[in-house]
Design a protein around this ligand. Structure first.
Ligand code: FES
Ligand code: FES
Length: 154
């Protein structure tokens, strides 16, 4: 076991864990932050995407040792009341079907907008096309990202 100082959704925490433990297990099993989903466990589907120091990463293959001294943001930390422009755009465009892939999609979209406030279709496809949605919501996701980028939430 080792001890790690990590800021999670704005709160400083000290965690005890084996250094190689995937961040996803720490979030879900130790901290009860179940908004981040387990899909493949092999960096293939994107369901487990969170931010580490603002960068979208796949938490199923990233060990907790890489998060020491850094800031983790999960879907629970994106906004306190679902007011983030992407969350509102997701509702306005009626994106989620079963919903399983969607928190990872939103976290990747948030990192994209932070880097490119007005992304093109190609920009969106380049990052969100690497996520797997078995319900096929890709067209609506694109519309929702554009909607959030325009600042039009309703
Ligand atoms: S669960 Fe991490 S990429 Fe699929
Ligand atoms: S909404 Fe069902 S997997 Fe994407």
């Amino acid at each position: 076991m080792a001890s790690f100082n990590i800021t999670i959704n704005g709160k400083k925490s000290t965690l005890e864990a084996e250094p190689e433990t995937p961040i996803l297990w720490v979030l879900r099993d130790s901290l009860g932050l179940t908004g981040t989903k387990f899909g493949c466990g092999a960096s293939l589907c994107g369901a487990c995407t969170i931010h580490l120091d603002g960068r979208a990463i796949r938490s199923c293959v990233t060990p907790i040792s890489e998060a020491g001294g850094k800031k983790i943001t999960t879907i629970e930390g994106l906004s306190s009341n679902r007011s983030h422009p992407l969350q509102q755009a997701w509702v306005a465009e009626d994106v989620p079907q079963c919903g399983y892939c969607q928190s990872g999609m939103i976290m990747t979209a948030a990192a994209l907008l932070a880097e490119k406030p007005k992304p093109t279709d190609e920009d969106i496809d380049a990052v969100l096309g690497t996520h797997i949605c078995r319900c096929g919501t890709y067209q609506r996701i694109r519309m929702a990202v554009h909607r959030a980028a325009r600042g039009r939430t309703r």
